[in-house]
Design a protein around this ligand. Structure first.
Ligand code: SF4
Ligand code: SF4
Length: 425
């Protein structure tokens, strides 16, 4: 890191020893998994820098924004609309939840058999190691799966500023009306937090900024359809992870710069792997920073990941918002239209997700699909069975993985993944 950030972390109330230990593991993991890759696009240097400063420079930027009167909002789900936050002079950041931390303390609040993502969000709070969480003026929870819904009731006692958004579970007229009402309620809560009213112009601007960010990752996703693959799945996943906490305009420019480079690579048939490397589509639970275990196993076994059907990936970023509305209500409707298409497994029925997985497998020319389910995540683990059946009918090989954030099962996972990749060959 370029600077001594310890006084800043201390002011935020972090446990400096625990935080040092986390950064140490993160830095080593990043070097082993990302920096050891060969023939990476030059543009990835920006993301290496972002990761090296993930708890440093970016936090300093957020604190500087706060000094200038902006508010910081932390969120755990892609249903929380960044456009509204931006329109009311707030910055939205994703709260990662991708690593095990303070497990013993967490299990005093949550049952052992809670998914790793939820446990991680508690571990980062209880272990006092997340400067994003501690910088946030508002933390937004959402009633999505039962685990999160009930966990937020407990988190409410651990943080001062929790706001919970209700999310429909059925794609009906009533479900849409609920989402619209909740987005209006969120708009009012953010306006109250920042003291800034959302205007037609500011909402249009917020939509434009986030649309541009999504268009850049759509462009990146499309380029991965090329053979040989011009970028590794790990690097593309990293860009999708950084999506949640970088400055949005800088992120857009950085992803577009990588895309320019990838276009040249595709022309020159310069891939990160050979044409014969099996192509895998990853589908399932979101992978937040620093959850790189399964992609690393897949790619170090000789395959390349060509797409992520995930909230940290295409499920989360698919579709842009129509910004042609001439009233705030028209823009809010357009916003609801876009978010209502997110096919999270909390919805029932959820046929759209099956269709999207098939579409993505075809578009990105995947030879097979690996479905990633976190242990104890009922929505995605249950849905993995119809996903496998639907893909079976299309003769697309599928491997269902159930895991958590520990490294204990790496050997066993590697054996299964290698056998699957052999089969794809
Ligand atoms: S998987 Fe569902 S609950 Fe999780 S981030 Fe995505 S939309 Fe939200
Ligand atoms: S991974 Fe599954 S159980 Fe965990 S928070 Fe997401 S939807 Fe809920």
């Amino acid at each position: 890191m370029s600077h001594d950030y310890r006084p800043m972390w201390s002011d935020l109330g972090l446990d400096l020893d625990a935080h040092d230990a986390l950064l140490d593991v993160l830095g080593k993991g990043y070097a082993d998994i990302f920096l050891s890759q060969t023939n990476r696009p030059k543009g990835m240097e920006y993301f290496d820098f972002v990761m090296s400063e993930v708890h440093g420079l970016r936090i300093k930027e957020l604190l500087d924004e706060k000094e200038q009167g902006r508010k910081i909002i932390g969120s755990y789900c892609v249903f929380v609309p960044e456009e509204i936050a931006l329109a009311a002079n707030a910055t939205l950041i994703g709260l990662c939840s991708g690593a095990e931390f303070a497990t013993e303390q967490v299990e005093q609040y949550l049952p052992r058999n809670t998914c790793a993502l939820i446990k991680s969000s508690f571990g980062f709070k209880l272990g006092k190691v997340c400067p994003y969480l501690e910088s946030a003026d508002m933390i937004v929870g959402e009633n999505t799966c039962d685990g999160k819904k009930k966990a937020y009731e407990i988190l409410d006692d651990l943080v001062e500023n929790l706001y919970v958004m209700d999310i429909p579970q059925v794609k009906s007229t009533q479900g849409r009306a609920l989402l619209k009402a909740e987005y209006y309620r969120f708009k009012e809560a953010v306006e109250q937090l920042t003291g800034v009213s959302v205007t037609l112009e500011s909402l249009k601007k917020g939509i434009e900024i986030v649309n541009n960010k999504r268009k850049a990752v759509h462009r990146l996703a499309k380029l991965r359809a090329a053979s040989p693959a011009p970028i590794s799945g790990l690097d593309a996943l990293l860009a999708n992870q950084v999506f949640f906490y970088d400055n949005p305009e800088r992120f857009t420019a950085s992803v577009n710069a990588i895309c320019d480079e990838l276009e040249e690579r595709i022309q020159a048939e310069n891939g990160v792997v050979t044409k014969s490397a099996p192509r895998v589509l990853l589908s399932g639970c979101p992978m937040a920073v620093p959850n790189w275990k399964l992609p690393w196993i897949i790619e170090s076994s000789g395959a390349v990941i060509v797409g992520e059907e995930s909230c940290v990936g295409e499920r989360g970023t698919r579709n842009v918002i129509d910004d042609s509305g001439s009233t705030i209500d028209e823009l809010m409707d357009a916003l609801v239209d876009r978010y209502f298409k997110v096919d999270c497994a909390i919805f029932t029925p959820n046929k759209e997700r099956l269709n999207h997985i098939e579409e993505m497998a075809k578009d990105y020319k995947a030879d097979g699909v690996i479905h990633y389910g976190l242990q104890f995540c009922q929505p995605y683990l249950i849905e993995s069975i119809p996903v496998e059946k639907a893909l079976d009918k299309k003769e697309i090989p599928t491997l269902r993985i159930e895991t958590d954030y520990s490294m204990e099962d790496v050997g066993q996972l590697k054996t299964r993944v290698e056998a699957f990749i052999e089969q794809l060959k």
